[in-house]
Design a protein around this ligand. Structure first.
Ligand code: ASP
Length: 339
């Protein structure tokens, strides 16, 4: 895993000035660089959450190079993370709810047609991102939840799969016996993937098992359009990870995109959204929320409350895990499933 801070990253870009336009320079936030010229061979651009997003991005890139479809790229990239049993926060191997059942949330969004598909609290289906895409493409609806979502998936030919791995089951059993039922309540992450092609078109998706040992039926921000993800093909896209309740209450991803619409570069928009929420919320900065964003021109950025939020930028020429801008003190919870 490559871990460099933002300053080092910018310094590297300066040192490699001659190649900046073929690296990521044109994609940095406008406040950080004057370079807005993006070379065609720097597309597609993928931005995702957490270090595990690297495998997601790399697969998305391969798929795009084969199919030239942003939706195929987003779906296939996220499927990699959903299939990774070692990832305790996404897909198979995710931490179950308080009843020991893995319930998954996912959504996908297509910029050019402003189409959306979403599934919430779906059980027994290994790839909710693919079900979300079917909801978008095969139904007149935006979101299916619970049993209805599962029935739809089975009707569409998805197989029933046991999502609860032995490890997660053992952990859940000891959590149940434990006196401190909150012990693992901070264990959660989401794969959120934003994608931009050379035509300026954008797509995005996210997938998660949500808050570990959540109340059965709890739905987080990830499948909520404007909460965990928002794509506006005229402006850009943003995604959220962290404590979903604190994103949902503020339509956080929509807010980041609207800040970009009003002229902020992606990173400044992420920072502005955190500050705006913190200025209203009784929790102040104690929010545990992290944003990624990209704009239509290929600028990108990320910010989170406290240190430690990593995100991944991938183009045909480079795929790197970066540290986000940190707002306030503290750092990402050490007990998080994949952090
Ligand atoms: N936002 C997700 C949820 O609340 C979890 C995470 O991204 O950490 O379900």
């Amino acid at each position: 895993m490559i871990q460099i801070n933002r300053k080092e990253f910018l310094t590297n870009l300066m040192v490699g000035a001659a190649t900046t336009t073929t690296l990521l320079g044109g994609r940095m936030a406008a406040a950080e660089t004057e370079n807005h010229n993006i070379q065609t061979n720097n597309y597609p651009l993928f931005v995702s959450t957490w270090a595990f997003g690297k495998a997601t991005n790399d697969e998305a890139l391969k798929t795009y190079q084969r199919t030239e479809s942003l939706l195929d790229a987003v779906e296939s990239g996220i499927r990699v993370t959903e299939a990774d049993v070692s990832n305790a926060s996404v897909g198979i191997g995710g931490i179950p709810n308080a009843d020991g059942i893995v319930q998954l949330d996912a959504c996908i969004m297509d910029g050019p047609d402003h189409r959306v598909g979403s599934v919430a609290a779906i059980e027994g289906i290994a790839h909710p991102i693919s079900v979300a895409r079917k909801v978008m493409e095969k139904t007149p609806h935006v979101m299916l939840a619970g049993e209805g979502a599962q029935k739809f998936a089975l009707d569409q030919g998805f197989q029933h799969t046991n999502l609860l791995t032995k490890n997660r089951e053992e952990e859940w059993k000891s959590w149940q016996k434990g006196k401190d039922k909150e012990a693992h309540s901070d264990a959660h992450d989401t794969i959120t993937l934003l994608a931009l092609d050379q035509h300026g078109d954008i797509a995005g998706g996210c997938s998660t098992s949500g808050w570990g040992y959540k109340l059965p039926g709890r739905v987080g921000d990830s499948p909520i359009i404007g909460g965990g993800l928002y794509v506006d093909n005229q402006v850009g896209a943003a995604g959220c990870t962290g404590k979903g309740e604190n994103c949902m209450r503020y339509c956080a991803s929509f807010m980041v995109v609207e800040f970009m619409r009003s002229g902020l570069d992606p990173q400044s928009a992420c920072i502005a959204a955190i500050k705006r929420i913190a200025s209203t919320d009784p929790l102040g900065l104690n929010l545990e929320i992290y944003f990624i964003a990209l704009d239509k021109h290929g600028n990108h950025g990320a910010a989170g409350v406290g240190k430690g939020f990593q995100y991944v930028i991938t183009t045909p020429e480079n795929s790197q895990v970066l540290q986000s801008e940190a707002i306030g003190e503290g750092s990402v919870g050490a007990e998080g499933g994949n952090r």
